[in-house]
Design a protein around this ligand. Structure first.
Ligand SMILES: [Zn+2]
Length: 448
């Protein structure tokens, strides 16, 4: 006789692989041990039955989060970012290498970050390394130390300690990541095509004009060329320009190992409705027109965009409001790790997509691209990271109920559908009050 399981979660609706079905999910320790028919659950010490209005999802995997600790901990930190993640149904995050000090460009800096994060994370956390001018010799050791790949910028990153790569430096760095088999993820805007003069008093139209689609397209062409030349694996972060999709698709059709993400804010907002002075909506590349947004949705539906991640990029309220509403002056970045799921689900539902699509975009595809085959899916052997999600319950975003450090949100006051009622991390619910002994783990590439 098989030993009795610790827990079985039964749901009339569960996202299992590419389908939504009634199911019973059996958990032994931290892992999923059985997935059976709803009416034929395995024996378990405890049974949890989801309500009729709830759907069981795998925990999301958000590969684009700026935690900023240490160094800019007043912007965000591991405790607050991971609490926000858990509240949003995200059970795994990958931390970006910049905005913290030190940036994650050496093994020493990685170990500093890991030491700071240890013991204060509510979800599982992995780390990206950074590729900056002169650190090609650090990439191999960082790869060995377990980073999930490398992030680089092709224009000023906004922080002086994280330099950007010129085309010849990108070529050198990608030659190295190709040799390592590591993923190179790129902020793809060409600084030479930005038009600072367009900023024009800091209104939104000027800001948008200052960061044209052509800047994204030129940078993406460069990434494609380097991925072709080196045979390396590349990924374009936070695509805003839907017109770049054709070049990306063509390269992928040719067999270039290339993926691309977009973010909830590009799928939710549109330039026509960004009020002058509403700098909580400033991000780079910028939120573009409604027609562009719809083209991004179409690209997602067609499989031309691989996934949707938050680009959770907080700062202090002062920095977000610097310049008193001037889009040229305010810090860019939208903090949304807690709201990505309802934001994307709200838009997806309106356009006829199903929860299985949202789970593919926000959990399974992200996990697969970074080599976390045991995350982002409900299947035997996977980590028991689960979400109790009420897709039809609506709520109005109240910034005081968000867990990230600074109470500012692009979504403040917005009506969204989909409430995360409970999140399990490796078989155990993440609950309020867990702050004293958070259970998140620090992940290394290739390790379980
Ligand atoms: Zn980012």
């Amino acid at each position: 006789m098989a030993a009795e399981l610790d827990l079985v979660v039964r749901a009339r609706r569960a996202v299992i692989g590419p389908r939504e079905v009634p199911a019973a999910v059996g958990i032994a320790g931290e892992r999923i041990a059985a997935v059976t028919a709803y009416d034929d659950p395995p024996a378990a010490a405890r049974v949890v039955d989801l309500a009729d209005d709830e759907v069981l999802l795998p925990g999301l995997v958000d590969t684009h989060v700026h935690v900023n600790e240490p160094g800019r901990t007043e912007w965000e930190g591991f405790a607050t970012a991971t609490r926000a993640a858990a509240a949003g149904g995200v059970t795994t995050i990958l931390d970006m290498p910049l905005n913290s000090v030190p940036p994650t460009t050496t093994v020493e800096a990685l170990e500093t970050k890991r030491a700071v994060a240890e013991g204060q994370v509510s979800v599982d956390v992995g780390f990206w390394g950074g590729a900056v001018p002169g650190n090609v010799p650090d990439l191999g050791p960082l790869h060995e130390a377990g980073v999930f790949g490398f992030k680089c910028f092709l224009l000023d990153s906004g922080v002086e300690e994280f330099g950007h790569l010129e085309p010849d430096q990108l070529a050198l760095a990608m030659k190295e990541t190709a040799a390592l088999g590591a993923l190179m993820i790129v902020h793809a805007e060409d600084g030479g095509l930005l038009d600072e003069a367009a900023l024009d008093g800091g209104r939104y139209a000027g800001f948008l004009a200052s960061r044209p689609k052509a800047a994204e397209e030129a940078a993406i062409d460069l990434v494609i060329a380097q991925a072709r030349a080196t045979g390396g694996r590349a990924h374009v972060v936070h695509l805003s320009d839907a017109d770049a999709v054709a070049a990306l698709r063509a390269a992928r059709t040719d067999g270039v190992d290339l993926s691309v993400e977009t973010c909830p804010h590009y799928l939710t907002f549109d330039a026509e409705h960004v009020a002058d002075g509403a700098t909580e909506l400033k991000c780079c590349p910028p939120i573009r027109e409604a027609a562009n947004r719809e083209a991004l949705w179409a690209a997602l539906a067609a499989g031309d965009l691989d996934f949707v991640v938050s680009d959770h990029s907080p700062c202090t309220v002062d920095l977000k409001r610097r310049g008193g509403g001037d889009f040229g002056e305010a810090w860019g970045g939208i903090a949304s790790v807690q709201l990505g799921l309802p934001a994307v689900w709200t838009g997806a539902r309106e356009r006829g997509h199903a929860l299985v699509d949202v789970v593919r975009w926000m959990a399974t595809a992200t996990a697969d691209r970074v080599g976390l085959a045991h995350k982002g899916r409900i299947e035997v052997g996977a980590d028991a990271d689960l979400v109790r999600f009420a897709p039809d319950e609506e709520f109005t975003v109240d910034v005081t109920r968000l867990h990230h450090r600074n109470p500012v949100s692009a979504y403040a006051g917005r009506r969204l559908a989909g409430v995360v009622r409970e999140t399990w991390l490796r078989g155990v619910p993440v609950a309020d009050g867990d702050e004293q002994s958070p259970r998140g783990r620090l992940l290394r590439r290739g390790e379980r």
